[in-house]
Design a protein around this ligand. Structure first.
Ligand SMILES: [Zn+2]
Length: 321
């Protein structure tokens, strides 16, 4: 099969590899579509905490099962599936508490094992979810970034009717906005780039003084400092986007957190149940994503696609092997 392989940070190559053979409880999936996100740019250009090389990247995958291992019980060949990119143990303290994304033995597709930037990908039976019939492959593949947004909104303890500020209106910020609305909250997107905020009806600066919750979906220290100043008493700030390592330490007024009983919480990735929930929301129509797809490209044009991500020229870019 053809695949994108990262052997060292900073570059990748298009390679012919042996098509993998599924283990007893694994399935082989022919990739129909894979989503490109900012993390892929980071992985290839700068590396990532969880990345082990050499690696086929790609953590957003929808495809068709072409072969199932002998112990696979719930799935069969020909089924259209979404791959939850994590594999958690199910037994550790984090898994038992519902935070499978923080599993001590977490293995992420595209980081620890080969991902979907290839013609075929392997996945454990425990990581796959059937795609509902009424949604397309293209919509279903957005379940992965949407799942991460649902985890962030869960961490925000967002309730219907609450006002949430979302900094950044790229693909993740846009999904956060729509997911928050889908959960009955009132989202306000803050985005300086006029082109980006157009799709979501966002604002150049925060339109109200205090938010019940805020999520920062842009790797900007200034955005974090602005967001924290715009929290109401008992407001919650979700640390959703990572910052460049040399910008990760910020001056935060702890007295303000103390007097106003405000909360800072982190959010990283998603658990399996967020993937299930994302597909249900897409299937029920409580969130729509079709208009977010700005580019459909061949996977083998990855270099060009990464350039578009770097320049923030598009919204969601989908790649087809
Ligand atoms: Zn675990």
């Amino acid at each position: 099969m053809k695949a994108i392989v990262v052997e060292e940070i900073g570059s990748f190559s298009i390679r012919d590899m042996d098509t993998p053979v599924p283990g007893a409880a694994e399935v082989l999936i022919r990739v129909s579509v894979t989503g490109l996100c900012r993390t892929d740019l980071k992985i290839i250009r700068a590396g990532h905490r969880d990345l082990i090389l050499p690696r086929v990247p790609g953590e957003e995958v929808v495809g068709v099962i072409t072969k199932a291992g002998p112990e696979v019980k719930r799935f069969r060949e020909g089924q259209r599936v979404y791959v939850y990119p994590g594999t958690s143990c199910g037994n550790c303290e984090q898994c038992v508490s519902g935070a499978g994304n923080l599993c001590e033995g977490m293995k992420i597709m595209g980081f620890h094992r080969d991902g979907g930037f290839a013609e075929y990908v392997l996945a454990p039976e425990a990581s796959i979810i059937l795609v509902p019939e009424n949604i397309s492959d293209e919509e279903a593949v957005l379940s992965e970034p949407l799942s991460c947004c649902l985890n962030a909104l869960e961490r925000a303890r967002l309730k219907p009717g609450e006002r949430i500020g979302i900094w950044g209106a790229g693909p993740a910020g846009t999904l956060l906005n729509r997911a928050a609305a889908g959960l009955g909250a009132i989202p306000y997107s803050v985005e300086p780039d006029e082109r980006r905020r157009a799709l979501i009806g966002g604002f150049a600066s925060p339109p109200i003084k205090g938010f019940d919750a805020a999520v920062v979906a842009v790797g900007s220290a200034d955005a974090y400092l602005q967001a924290i100043r715009h929290l109401r008493p008992r407001g919650r700030l979700v640390v959703f986007s990572g910052l460049p390592r040399d910008a990760a330490e910020l001056p935060v007024d702890f007295n303000r957190l103390h007097y106003f009983e405000q909360t800072l919480v982190g959010a990283y990735g998603c658990s399996f149940r967020h993937g299930e929930r994302a597909l249900v929301m897409l299937s029920e129509g409580s969130i729509t994503v079709r208009d977010m797809i700005s580019h459909r490209m061949s996977l083998w044009e990855l270099d060009k696609a990464l350039g578009l991500v770097e320049e923030r020229a598009g919204m969601k870019i989908l790649l087809f092997p």
